[in-house]
Design a protein around this ligand. Structure first.
Ligand code: UDP
Length: 240
C-alpha cells in the first residue's frame, strides 16, 4: 500500500559490519559512499527512506562483556558506535545532494536531533532521509529490534535488512555448508522454530506481532536497495 501521499516509506537496516568494508573495524569511506549513492537514487525515485545502522564495526556489548566488562556500559559503547556510522552516512548523503537528519536515542545535541517520531515523519514527508542512531538508547537491546520498532512507529511498509556478504536466509550457514539452501520466503514462526539467525528473537517477535514484513538481502550488491524498495524478487521475504 502507499499511504503517505502516494509515496512508499521503508525502514532500511544497515549492518555496522558493512561500514567497515574489508577492514573489519571502523568506517571505510568508499563503502559508505557507495551505499549513499544507492540510497540517494531511491530517494530521487520518490521513496521515503528511514535508516537504522548497527554498530558491530565498533563494539558489540555482548563481546565486551565476555572479555570482562560490565554489560550495560559495554552496550552504551555499542550504541555510541552506531552514531559514528550515522554521521558518516549523513556526510555522503549530503555529498549526493540528499538532505538528511540524524536522530539519536541518546541525546547529543551538537551532532544530532533527539529521537522525535513525529518530527522524523515530517522530515520523511519533505524528502529527507532520517537516520536513527544510538539504537533504542537502552542496554540489552539490538539495532535489529530498534529497526523493527522504528519501522512500526513511523508506519513503514517493511523492514529491509541489508546484510553483508549473504543474499538471503539459508537453512544453514552458506559460508560453511556448500549445500545450504536459500529460502525465497519464510513465515515468522519458521524463523523462530528453526532458530534462523536473521535478527534477534525480540526483533522477530515484534515484527510478527505487528505483521511487519522483513526483506533480508545482500546490501552491497549494486542496485539491490532499489530492487528491494521496488519489490523485486531478491533475498528472502519474511511475512505471515
Ligand atoms: N545496543 C544496545 N541497545 C540498542 C542497540 C544497540 O545496547 O538498542 C548495543 C549493543 O551492545 C550492540 C551494539 O550496540 O551489540 C551494536 O549494535 P548491533 O550489535 O545491533 O549492531 P550490528 O550487529 O547490526 O552491526
Amino acid at each position: 500500500h502507499a499511504g503517505h501521499g502516494g509515496r512508499q516509506r521503508f525502514l532500511l537496516k544497515l549492518s555496522g559490519e558493512a561500514f567497515a568494508g574489508g577492514g573489519g573495524l571502523g568506517v571505510d569511506p568508499d563503502v559508505v559512499h557507495a551505499m549513499a549513492r544507492e540510497i540517494a537514487a531511491v530517494v530521487r525515485d520518490g521513496y521515503e527512506i528511514a535508516i537504522v545502522i548497527g554498530g558491530g564495526n565498533f563494539f558489540r556489548g555482548a563481546e565486551l562483556q565476555q572479555r570482562g566488562m560490565d554489560r550495560a556500559r559495554s552496550d552504551y559503547m555499542g550504541m555510541l558506535g552506531t552514531v559514528m556510522n550515522c554521521l558518516a552516512l549523513q556526510d555522503f548523503l549530503e555529498k549526493e545532494g540528499i538532505d538528511s537528519r540524524v536522530q539519536t536515542a541518546i541525546t547529543m545535541g551538537q551532532v544530532a536531533e533527539p529521537y522525535i517520531p513525529l518530527r522524523a515523519v515530517r522530515h520523511l514527508e519533505k524528502g529527507r532521509v532520517v537516520i536513527f542512531g544510538a539504537g533504542m538508547g537502552m542496554p540489552y537491546f539490538s539495532t535489529d529490534t530498534t529497526a523493527a520498532q522504528r519501522a512500526l512507529e513511523i508506519d513503514a511498509e517493511a523492514m529491509l535488512m541489508g546484510k553483508n556478504g549473504v543474499d538471503g536466509v539459508y537453512d544453514s550457514d552458506p559460508k560453511k555448508n556448500p549445500d545450504a539452501v536459500k529460502f525465497d520466503a519464510l513465515e515468522y514462526g519458521e524463523v523462530i522454530t528453526r532458530d534462523l539467525k536473521i535478527a534477534d528473537a525480540t526483533a522477530i517477535t515484534l515484527c510478527r506481532d505487528n505483521k511487519l514484513p522483513i526483506l533480508v538481502f545482500e546490501l552491497l550488491a549494486e542496485g539491490n536497495i532499489a530492487r528491494a524498495v521496488k519489490g523485486e524478487k531478491i533475498g528472502t521475504l519474511v511475512s505471515d
